[in-house]
Design a protein around this ligand. Sequence first.
Ligand SMILES: NC(=O)C1=CN([C@@H]2O[C@H](COP(=O)(O)OP(=O)(O)OC[C@H]3O[C@@H](n4cnc5c(N)ncnc54)[C@H](O)[C@@H]3O)[C@@H](O)[C@H]2O)C=CC1
Ligand SMILES: O=C(O)CCC(=O)C(=O)O
Length: 528
Amino acid sequence: MTFKVLISDPLSEDGIKPLREADNIQVDIDTGLSPDELTEKIGEYDALLVRSQTKVTRDIISQASKLKIIGRAGVGVDNIDLSAATEYGVIVVNAPDGNTNSAAEHTVAMLMSLARKIPQAFLALKNGKWDRKTHVGVELKGKTLGVVGMGRIGAEVAARAKGQRMNVIAYDPFLTKERADKLGVDFGSVEDVIVASDFITVHTPLIKETKHLINKDAFAKMKDGVRIINCARGGIIDEDALYDAIKSGKVAGAALDVFEEEPATDHRLLELPEVIATPHLGASTVEAQENVAIDVSHDVVRYLTEDVAKNPVNLPSVPKELMNKIEPYFHLSEKLGTFLTYLIPGVIEEINISYSGELTELEVAPLTRNTIKGLLKRHLGDHVNDVNASYLAEKRGIQVNENKSSTPRGFTNLLKVEVKTKEVTRSIAGTLLNGLGPRIVQVDAYSVDLVPEGDLVVIKHNDRPGVIGKVGSLLAERGINIAAMQVGRSDVGGEAIMILTVDKYLEDADVEALNEFEEIEKLTAMEL
Ligand SMILES: NC(=O)C1=CN([C@@H]2O[C@H](COP(=O)(O)OP(=O)(O)OC[C@H]3O[C@@H](n4cnc5c(N)ncnc54)[C@H](O)[C@@H]3O)[C@@H](O)[C@H]2O)C=CC1
Ligand SMILES: O=C(O)CCC(=O)C(=O)O
């Protein structure tokens, strides 16, 4: 099978080598497509790679019937409709580390240019003006830099600012006193930062909480003559409020690499002499572009060929060490879910997944997602995957409960799935037997020992002599070989269960013939 990958923004040719070198991947590069052209084309592709120019909208994703992964060669994913991607089961991956250094260096370049008015002076000189009076700057030494957002880039900027002998005060919801001490910065609320700083630089993602985080009210609280830097995302700073604050003299200058609408060639902020700007160049270095393209290309190859991604954005990433431990349970968890779908009539209202024994020591969320996938896939189709399984369950109002109990219950590990509909509650449990692989060990109240694989027949019947023989003979007459058989009963002469592993899926006629036996209460043929 060949996977088709579309690259719709310019990426480093050296960086996409992992894609070019993969045997089963065809790479098409088509930059500058209009939204309509991309919508028309996307249906052919298994993967889409973008930088920040391509807007991957819901409309585009809804037409991407084969799309499995969107790779963002960079950090910010605000150009991708993440909810739509999750809903359609498309994983989004980014390259979070590859451009950190370049973005931090660019921020420092902007900070220094802003302080010393280098772009303005250069422009004047280019125009033949030797003007030393207008371009008097300020020193950084001893000034306070406020950093809003102390993630990868914010922390790097803070470290470099300290090299300029600046004091740094930072705010980040995840910044602890210990980390602030380690980084050698003061920390406080966003208001503390805004009030105390001579320069303010923002390094947050653009999300609901950070949209216009720096607004009219924030400017009002700042020191007179404050200088602002935004090398993160347009929209974190309210551009109208910034314009007014510069015009009023509250803000002495601003350095902007990003804008709310890009490209921003005709922006009124650019008319102000206090504003210096670059056209979203934070990550535009040879090194960063190669790094991010390599990282995202590797993840696309990995996901298309092995179903694992290192930097997923719309799915929690599973560390390698954990993955090694839980991977053997993946097959079991999905099969338990699939098995149950055959036993339940009606609409699932609740799923209870319990983990016991060794499993209690592990992060089991990936197994929960996989079990839900097994429960939904038979009815909803192959588009159900790890990315959208939980979303699809939630959307259908299905309550999912996950719990851990250390009671060993006779097994070193046990995964039990219980499903409730309005009419019934059914359950199944499985284990991973050392050296033997996955086994189903319980179906409702019955103990069994079953490999969760192949064509199975579950027969609920009355515990009477001869039933097993009758079923065996009928199947033999029809040329259906029984590979394995499990029987269990509640009590002598009571309800009993027989589970057969057969070499061939039972046709409707075979099921009807078996149902003729009066001892058989219910028969379910299933394919795991
Ligand atoms: N101009 C450019 O070319 C580039 C821009 N960027 C942008 O820079 C930004 C930061 O990137 P990274 O440092 O790699 O991301 P990161 O995820 O490492 O850091 C972001 C930080 O923002 C913090 N944060 C979230 N909400 C906040 C709030 N309300 N107030 C304060 N802090 C908040 C988070 O806790 C996190 O620590 C992103 O928006 C990214 O898209 C990144 C690379 C290049
Ligand atoms: O692709 C680019 O050059 C933009 C980089 C960026 O903004 C990011 O990584 O968030």
